[in-house]
Design a binder for this molecule. Structure first.
Ligand SMILES: Cc1cc2nc3c(=O)[nH]c(=O)nc-3n(C[C@H](O)[C@H](O)[C@H](O)COP(=O)(O)OP(=O)(O)OC[C@H]3O[C@@H](n4cnc5c(N)ncnc54)[C@H](O)[C@@H]3O)c2cc1C
Length: 256
């Protein structure tokens, strides 16, 4: 992300969207010049670093929406399952209350599909759901393809903000339950591999745990399904590693 202003925001509201997803609305006067139409772009939230307080720990989150006039920035957080290793963002989410402040930088570029494609595949876990939702919202009403969402519990299928009326009829939405995110790296890929291919050029958008997206990328290459210009493949986290270490792995393994 290019150097961008750091906005000091405060928590306006916290709402549970499903057992494993919380919506936090941040507010602050500095949002009045936040650029418009940034759904799917990421911002970086700065969390306290207990070891080196002068170096906050940065974590990326997708913009759900930003209303400049109302000075509201909406972020949806995946709630990591109990007993899992907790990083600074997960700990913050557990304890956050209205009025807490948080520095936010960004946004980075939007992560949107190429609407020139003939059909679309959007795949990911809960961390990708906000960006996938933003992509569904820009698709034309006659768009065709598949949305594959890996969720920790079937109740996470409810109330995730995907209004049935806004989903093109030709887009099949497939929900898959994986109670231990990151632990079945082949799940998304196997589902993708079982889909009936549609005529023409696809655009494939996939974001999830690193090993899961590496599986997807290998499969796309083996099948010569979509050239690099017709895909967005990104890891949003890595099982067992804090984001600082994940970024190093992501650079090495996704750049290969
Ligand atoms: C471009 C981009 C956009 C993103 N958008 C969103 C978003 O909108 N919403 C969202 O919730 N996340 C999003 N993420 C993912 C989020 O940044 C990571 O999950 C981040 O690692 C969480 O930080 P943490 O401090 O909780 O954990 P870290 O300190 O990074 O890691 C600590 C431990 O938690 C584990 N962990 C991290 N993430 C998860 C997870 N999702 N499930 C289970 N265990 C996990 C790690 O494996 C590690 O063991 C996005 C990431 C990127 C790169």
């Amino acid at each position: 992300m290019a150097r961008s202003p750091v906005r000091e925001l405060s928590v306006q509201s916290i709402e549970s969207l499903s057992p494993h997803m919380k919506r936090v609305i941040l507010t602050g006067e500095s949002l009045s010049d936040f650029p418009p139409n940034q759904a799917s772009a990421y911002v970086k939230l700065a969390f306290d670093n207990p070891v080196t307080p002068e170096k906050p720990l940065l974590r990326s989150y997708s913009v759900v929406d930003c209303d400049q006039a109302e000075q509201q920035l909406i972020i949806d957080f995946a709630v990591h399952s109990e007993g899992e290793d907790q990083g600074p963002a997960a700990r913050w989410l557990e304890q956050v209350t209205v009025g807490d402040s948080i520095p936010v930088s960004g946004p980075g570029p939007t992560k949107l599909v190429d609407l020139e494609a003939d059909w679309f595949v959007l795949a990911g876990d809960l961390t990708a759901l906000p960006a996938i939702r933003a992509n569904i919202e820009i698709l034309p009403s006659d768009a065709k393809g598949y949305v594959i969402l890996e969720i920790p519990h079937q109740d996470d299928q409810q109330s995730l903000g995907l209004d049935a009326a806004s989903i093109p009829e030709g887009l099949e939405v497939i929900w898959m339950v994986n109670p231990h995110p990151g632990k079945q790296k082949g799940l998304l890929k196997e589902t993708l591999a079982g889909l009936t291919r549609l005529p023409g050029k696809p655009y494939i958008w996939a974001a999830s745990e690193l090993n899961s997206v590496l599986e997807i990328r290998s499969w796309i290459d083996e099948e010569s399904l979509a050239p690099r210009s017709s895909r967005y493949i990104s890891s949003y986290w890595q099982l067992g590693l804090a984001d600082e270490a994940h970024k190093v792995q992501k650079k090495q393994r996704l750049a290969e």
